[in-house]
Design a protein around this ligand. Structure first.
Ligand SMILES: Nc1ncnc2c1ncn2[C@@H]1O[C@H](COP(=O)(O)OP(=O)(O)OP(=O)(O)O)[C@@H](O)[C@H]1O
Ligand SMILES: [Mg+2]
Length: 225
């Protein structure tokens, strides 16, 4: 059965709290081929909501559906399968294996997901010439690009990127965002980025701001730019 007409991910009436309420009665959906950004002040809950959408954190209320499946009602094994095969999470702090070279870090992802390393992807991210270098000898930006390529090697259906360009200069940050957006279009996957950078956020198809515990459309800002 084809699911192509329904959203790839749909979140319905999500609420979450830790010591106090962070997210209240929020809906969200994203289609294949679409890129969406989420802005918001530090502590507003961007990482929390990404974790909720990405199978990593069960919300106190509401449902998250990926390809129509209510993920938090699934068994532990089913949810792990979705996390392993369908979700790519780019963390702000990249967790590359030090002591291995860049290529070996990509190989691990390639073996686990049974997908080939895509040479074109390496060129697109400008990392084809640093593959034999040990992780410890790479610059912060190079490490970040390897870690993004490692996530994309899995060919995930949904890519979550939590401040993926936090430590990069503007031009490198823009290149990375553009490559992620282009990858999303060509692969027909979906991209959800949390960022503090308005200019980068507005490069996505839609932009939201997490404010007053809800996701609000960043549309007004886009129109005035
Ligand atoms: N596991 C947790 N236990 C308790 N409180 C938490 C936990 N995770 C996050 N919080 C709190 O929830 C709030 C939202 O955190 P979150 O990390 O989602 O914010 P953020 O918008 O991603 O911020 P930043 O821009 O600084 O990354 C913060 O007040 C944080 O302290
Ligand atoms: Mg965060």
């Amino acid at each position: 059965m084809s699911n192509s007409s329904s959203p790839l991910l749909e979140a319905i009436n999500i609420s979450h709290s830790f010591d106090y309420s962070i997210i209240e009665n929020t809906d969200f959906s994203i289609n294949r081929g679409e890129s969406v950004s989420i802005m918001g002040v530090s502590g507003s809950g961007k990482s929390t909501i990404l974790h909720i959408f990405a199978t990593l954190l069960k919300p106190k209320e509401g449902e998250v559906r990926i390809e129509k499946k209510d993920i938090y009602s699934l068994s532990k094994n089913e949810i792990l399968k979705i996390r392993r095969e369908d979700i790519g999470f780019i963390f702000q702090q990249h967790y590359l294996f030090r002591g291995f070279n860049a290529y070996e870090n990509l190989e691990i992802s390639s073996i686990l997901s049974d997908q080939k390393i895509d040479e074109k992807l390496l060129e697109k991210f400008g990392i084809e010439n640093i593959l034999t270098q040990n992780i410890g000898t790479l610059s912060g930006g190079q490490q970040q690009r390897i870690s993004i390529a490692r996530v994309l090697t899995k060919r995930p259906k949904i890519i979550f990127a939590d401040e993926p360009t936090g430590n990069l200069d503007r031009e490198s940050a823009r290149n990375i965002i553009d490559s992620l957006i282009e990858h999303t279009k060509t692969e027909g996957c979906a991209l959800i980025i949390a960022t503090h950078d308005l200019q980068l956020a507005l490069r996505c198809d839609r932009s939201f701001i997490l404010e007053d515990k809800k996701l609000k459309r960043n549309g007004a800002i886009r129109e005035s730019n």
